[in-house]
Write a protein that binds this ligand. Sequence first.
Ligand SMILES: Cc1cc2nc3c(=O)[nH]c(=O)nc-3n(C[C@H](O)[C@H](O)[C@H](O)COP(=O)(O)OP(=O)(O)OC[C@H]3O[C@@H](n4cnc5c(N)ncnc54)[C@H](O)[C@@H]3O)c2cc1C
Length: 283
Amino acid sequence: MLQHSPFALTAAERDSGQILACRAVPKTDVTVAWLDDEFIEKPAIRQKAQVIARDKMTHDIMRLRLALEAPVKFRFAAGQYLNLTMADAPMRSYSMANRPDEAIVELHVRHVPDGKTSTAIHRDLAVGDRVEIEGPCGSAWLRDAHDGPIIALAGGSGLAPIRSIVETALHAGMKQPICLYFGVRREEDLYLVDHFEDLAKQFPNLTFIPVLSQSAATRHRTGFVTDALAFDHHSLADARAYVAGPPGMVDAAYAVLTERGVPAANIHADVFFTPEEEHPKIA
Ligand SMILES: Cc1cc2nc3c(=O)[nH]c(=O)nc-3n(C[C@H](O)[C@H](O)[C@H](O)COP(=O)(O)OP(=O)(O)OC[C@H]3O[C@@H](n4cnc5c(N)ncnc54)[C@H](O)[C@@H]3O)c2cc1C
């Protein structure tokens, strides 16, 4: 440590093992990590992006791959989302499914029947088309300083941000148990199952649990995904939970998680809804 003012680092702070990184000179290779898990949020910026691939993942979920005009300016944390605008459709939010260190942005867009933008994306958006994106946004990002168990719960296309979170954690070498629950109605709604089953073989700390709410004849578990979660875990006091999907599932997950001891501050959730102002209530 070089000379420094006692005001900047008190004796008590020094005794607790803290240093002043700005006055410290490393003598050997060092490992650097955030002291706490606050992610320095980057301002959302607008830019153009080009569709470079579109793949049908299920009967109603489309995977879009976007090449951004200025990828270096789009520094997001796993779990965040962007706002997408395409011609003749209102702006909507979609979560990044890729890891932040991957340049190509991946989105999973479920077709909402009669939905304006999701219909336009499924019907009209073609490879080569340009869209406008604004982001990153959202606070349900991976807290990577946490070393307790991780519960990741996705409903339908909620798998997008959950995939980013889980794979970023694994890629960063996070070693705690990671339980990924994927709730859908029927077998035909499942996607990326082989991908996550392979990942669970590669990373023994990952457990992948698809749960089908409307199917009896299946090799997977059945019932509500939140009931499966409650059945499997009796105490989750030291866990953090990441939840993404439709409002009913997110509410149910919140109830189970708090009942099992997860502090509300450690539940990070994104509800996939269209903001109220887009659907004014009829008086
Ligand atoms: C933070 C955030 C992240 C999101 N990430 C994703 C994502 O990764 N993938 C994804 O597919 N969607 C995601 N969404 C939802 C997405 O932003 C749109 O709400 C969705 O695509 C529907 O838009 P639309 O214009 O097609 O439907 P609208 O024209 O807005 O809605 C048509 C009708 O469908 C209902 N509706 C709207 N949204 C839904 C829904 N999600 N499920 C069921 N009914 C609905 C509306 O109440 C309305 O009655 C996210 C939403 C938020 C807020």
